[in-house]
Design a protein around this ligand. Structure first.
Ligand code: NAD
Ligand code: TDX
Length: 343
């Protein structure tokens, strides 16, 4: 029988993907009230959920590691949908500490609260827990692929997945896990690949491509991620893991050249920069289980169209991204060594 939550907590609901899920719920499920629990780190922005009806969405500013706070707000909710995380690989290489605290300890605190109050959990994770694939490997990741994380970020997400599995089996916490591929769309922080290149071009700066640019990511529009999480929350089998992807494999250089074209710039009008240490080569998701068992289908199947809409959104929403841009590029300046094609 379908699970019909009425009161849910969305952790990290002021971030890129969590805020999309909050808007998805408000737009499509009028019977559901959402409590957003968000610490408002550099990646959290209340503007991402601004304008939503106050009787549908409440923002609690706080830390998922704060046990007393969880004791106060979790009772009375039917489910927690857990997005809160430190999410950027480059940051995890520069300073892993916050990733251990939020991604591992934070998930532990939420699991303990779910156990105390008998609340359902959906844990949002990443395909990066499976490590990477060779460019010519015919395989894609499935729910049975062994865990082999490469970065401090993905190792902490893998750890959090393991905690969820153990709490489900040992303590009977009613939990599901999803591992999704790379998201794109509006409201993504300018530290991430696609928004970074778009906003560099708006600023008249050159995009930055890591390594040889042949790394492959499997892109999914964030709205399709949200619809998949809702399907798993309400119809998924307790204790199960579902992979979320939309058959969107693209090399970084192809994505970058599509962005350059949208700005009328030449295909080589970018800087090659030193590669990310431990850089995963390729991610690819086999979403058959999700499609077969829950009947989920992505709505955004035309990547070129989704990318064009995303470029347009950043052009029209400079006031949203401008405050974070200079500090983000300053931070990158300290970790990258630029090698220009023109030199
Ligand atoms: P994001 O960095 O944009 O947002 C993270 C949010 O969590 C922010 O609002 C931040 O303020 C909040 N947060 C961080 N630490 C917190 C804490 N201790 N307590 C409460 N709130 C805290 O991240 P995102 O890209 O939206 O990713 C959301 C989730 O989806 C993450 O769990 C990530 O691992 C997962 N995921 C992301 C992608 C992707 O492509 N971005 C793909 C698959 C899975
Ligand atoms: O300036 C850049 N140049 C570049 O070539 C940046 C920021 C990135 N890249 C490359 C690195 C990756 O191969 O682009 C690719 C995408 O990079 P990110 O946006 O940093 O994403 P990635 O490391 O693939 O991880 C993302 O997808 C999985 C999210 O950040 C994670 O939270 C999610 O789990």
């Amino acid at each position: 029988m379908e699970f019909e939550p009425k009161n849910i907590i969305v952790t990290g609901g002021c971030g890129f993907i969590g805020s999309n899920f909050v808007r998805h719920v408000v737009d499509n499920h009028p019977e559901v009230h959402v409590t957003v629990l968000d610490k408002l780190t550099y990646a959290g922005n209340p503007e991402n959920i601004a304008g939503l009806p106050a009787d549908r969405v409440e923002l609690v500013v706080g830390d998922i590691c704060d046990e007393d706070l969880l004791d106060r707000i979790v009772p009375g909710h039917d489910a927690i949908v857990h997005y809160a995380a430190e999410s950027h690989n480059d940051n995890s290489i520069a300073d892993p500490g916050p990733f251990l605290r939020t991604n591992v300890e934070g998930t532990f605190r939420l699991l303990e609260a779910c156990r105390r109050f008998g609340v359902r959990l959906h844990h949002v994770s990443t395909d990066e827990v499976y490590g990477d694939l060779a460019l010519d490997d015919p395989a894609r990741f499935t729910e049975e692929t062994p865990y082999r994380p490469s970065s401090p970020y993905s190792s902490t997400k893998a750890s959090s997945d393991m905690l969820v599995r153990a709490w489900a089996r040992t303590f009977g916490v009613r939990a599901t896990i999803s591992n999704c591929s790379n998201n794109y769309g509006p409201y993504q922080h300018v530290e991430k690949f696609i928004p970074r290149q778009i906003t560099n071009l708006i600023d008249g700066a050159r995009p930055k491509l890591y390594g040889d640019g042949l790394n492959v990511r499997d892109w999914i529009h964030t709205e399709d991620h949200s619809s998949a999480v809702w399907a798993i929350l309400t119809q998924g089998r307790i204790g199960e893991t579902y992979l979320i992807g939309a058959d969107g494999e693209r090399s970084n250089i192809d994505v970058l050249r599509a962005i350059l074209e949208a700005f009328g710039r030449g295909p080589d009008d970018f800087d090659w920069v030193r590669d990310r240490p431990g850089h995963d080569r390729r991610y690819a998701i086999d979403p058959s289980k999700l499609r077969r068992e829950l009947g989920w289908e992505p709505a955004h199947t035309d990547f070129a169209e989704g990318l064009a809409e995303t470029v347009a959104w950043y052009r029209e929403h400079e006031a949203w991204w401008r405050p974070a841009k200079a500090a983000t590029e300053y931070h990158y300046g300290s970790i990258e060594c630029y090698i220009s094609l023109r030199d």
